[in-house]
Design a protein around this ligand. Structure first.
Ligand code: CAA
Length: 464
């Protein structure tokens, strides 16, 4: 049975910091953010917003846009790594907020859980809900999968340059207008790692930044190897001599903790795919140096990081490789459109990959390309760590959705924060009643109880 994404909506907080202002305040070269990381603006949550509000606002948008009644929703999953309760699932808060609009008990039939595995959990939630539909369990109902996060790092840390916030919701069904997932090819990799994690009670993560970058690429590559075996053995894709699987994927979406990470990951995967092909010889000639080889051929993260000489040479080689016309062509055609939203909004953890997909649809369509029948690949990564690679095909009805996409109007009017305002927000110095903007037609947080008996209870209202 077909199953996939019928529609997609986003909710982005209305406050942001400008990368240049931020760089100047931290004594950094603004070019490092703009060009080095591909960060132009980072969305910041207001005092009266938490990841549950962001998720509920995204859900309300997609329901109102599609005139969906609560009865038509069979499942609502929330995937996040910004959880604020160790037991009560975030989807219960979201249901509570939606019922303020749709009536108490309107969603009581609707199952779902909160899923966690750093930035990859939304992909697992999508996969599980797609299979719920494929199994015939949905009985004609939709599933809502909402990925919502606040990417917040310690002040003064290197991660502070890669913050952001927002939610993306995907409406799944058995007659998707946007994208039908390819069956039986979804592939994963997993390894017990400490590249990025957030111990109980800590608001910000502990991060080993460069380690996490490399681990991301290694883990996604492993999942891609498994994906390749599945698509070839199932004959979903038939490879001619001299071809790679990436030649058959029209658009790629990578997990985007910052937009340039997508380009880095693409370069890594493409190099590994092309190395065995006749085209590689010409590329090596145009680069002018041989590809560096690590001393330890196993290519584990420990062996690669322990080989400093290789790391330096490989970094220089990658820079030259990404300048070749062959790589540039792949980058422009398959990835670049997915990076536009990330530059404007920043890191959304679980939601970054799907904001990238949303961005790619809008900006590829604007190029005048007919997207129907195009295969879209996804490279999802979550620290800790697991990767998932999967694909889908854009459906003939896609125009119904994509023609109206307009990122700027969906984000809405935003207010640029001064560095002082940003730091006050970052250090949680203001209460929910001291919000910076007054939002309309949105759910906001009004109270978090502190007395012993009800500690942690949250109250939300819908600002009509
Ligand atoms: N002008 C232009 N470019 C410049 C520059 C300048 N003045 N200065 C530096 N750059 C370039 C560098 O050459 C580098 O480019 P390459 O990646 O192509 O080499 C880029 O800017 C970044 O510079 P650094 O590598 O020196 O940056 P850093 O080490 O200070 O910090 C970071 C980068 C490690 C990503 C850090 O921001 C961080 O820790 N972020 C949080 C963790 C993270 O995002 N990890 C990503 C993978 S894990 C994951 O994705 C899970 C998750 O969501 C958290």
């Amino acid at each position: 049975m077909t199953a996939g994404i019928d529609d997609i909506a986003i909710y982005i907080p209305r406050l942001y910091i400008d990368a240049s202002d931020f760089a100047k305040a931290r004594g950094l070269d603004p070019e490092k953010l703009q060009k080095g990381l591909g960060v132009a603006q980072m969305a910041i949550v207001d005092t009266n917003q938490d990841p549950a509000c962001l998720a509920a606002n995204a859900c309300l948008k997609i329901m109102q846009k599609n005139k969906l009644s609560p009865e038509s929703i069979g499942r609502l999953y929330v995937s996040t790594e910004s959880s604020f309760d160790e037991s009560k699932a975030m989807n219960s808060y979201v249901i509570g907020m939606l019922e303020q609009v749709y009536g108490q008990g309107a969603f009581e039939h609707c199952g779902g859980v909160e899923t966690k595995f750093a930035c990859v959990s939304g992909s697992y939630a999508l996969y599980d809900n797609t299979n719920w539909i494929r199994a015939g369990e949905a009985e004609g109902k939709y599933a809502l999968v909402v990925v919502s996060d606040i990417a917040k790092y310690d002040m003064g840390s290197s991660g502070e340059m890669t913050q952001g916030a927002g939610a993306v919701v995907m409406l799944l069904n058995d007659k998707p207008r946007l994208l039908a997932f390819d069956p039986k090819v979804t592939s994963t990799s997993i390894k017990d790692e400490y590249d990025f994690y957030r111990p109980f009670g800590k608001e910000t993560p502990i991060v080993h930044g460069q380690y996490s970058n490399l681990l991301y690429m290694i883990q996604v590559r492993k999942a891609l190897e498994a994906y390749k075996k599945k698509v070839i053995s199932s004959q979903l894709i038939k490879l001619e001599p001299g071809e790679t699987i990436l030649d058959h994927i029209d658009f790629l979406n990578m997990h985007l903790p910052y937009s340039n990470m997508g380009k880095k990951a693409l370069a890594y995967l493409v190099r590994h795919e092309w190395r065995q092909l006749p085209r590689w010889k010409k590329i090596i000639q145009s680069i002018g140096i041989e590809e560096p080889i690590p001393k330890d051929p196993r290519g584990t993260i420990e062996s690669v990081l322990g080989d400093q000489e290789f790391m330096a040479k490989d970094h220089a080689f990658t820079k030259l490789f990404t300048k070749t016309s062959e790589f540039q062509e792949v980058y422009e055609a398959k990835l670049s459109s997915s990076l536009i939203a990330s530059k404007m909004i920043g890191n959304l953890y679980t939601a970054s990959l799907y904001l990238g997909f949303r961005s790619s649809l809008e900006f590829e369509f604007q190029k005048g390309i007919d997207l129907a029948g195009k295969r879209v690949g996804f490279g999802s990564y979550g620290s800790g760590s697991s990767a998932m690679v999967f694909s889908g095909v854009i459906q003939p009805e896609y125009k119904e959705i994509v023609k109206d996409m307009n990122l700027e109007s969906e984000i809405g009017e935003r207010r640029k924060l001064t560095l002082n305002e940003y730091e006050e927000l970052h250090e949680n110095k203001l209460g929910p009643e001291e919000s910076m903007v007054h939002s309309k037609h949105e759910f906001v947080l009004v109270d978090v109880k502190t007395d012993a008996e009800f500690r942690g209870e949250r109250r939300y209202v819908f600002n009509a």
